[in-house]
Design a protein around this ligand. Structure first.
Ligand SMILES: [Zn+2]
Length: 99
């Protein structure tokens, strides 16, 4: 027979861990996807692992990517030569020689 004592304590522990871990993981995934962290945190809190999956399936955001692809308007990094979304090649930056 298992003692039922401590069951509530475990539940509280799981709850605390959940509300700490769920938004953190969600925020981490969202950040990796170039989306805002709070967005991932909300998904994580309300839907848990399902929310993480949803964040993972969301289209990549432009957070952290200061430039937009002229072809598909996706976010790209400053030094990108090729769009990571549609594969569009950017015109190479030519520098003028001499002064
Ligand atoms: Zn593109």
């Amino acid at each position: 027979m298992f003692a039922s004592r401590g069951g509530d304590g475990l539940l509280v522990f799981v709850g605390v861990v959940w509300f700490t871990l769920a938004p953190l993981v969600g925020a981490y995934i969202a950040k990796a996807k170039g989306r805002t962290e709070w967005e991932g945190a909300l998904w994580g809190i309300f839907l848990g692992a399902v929310g993480w999956i949803i964040v993972g399936l969301l289209p990549e955001g432009s957070e952290g990517f200061p430039y937009n692809c002229p072809e598909c308007d996706g976010g790209v990094t400053e030094h990108a030569r090729r769009c990571r979304h549609c594969g569009f090649r950017f015109a190479p930056v030519r520098r003028h020689r001499g002064a």
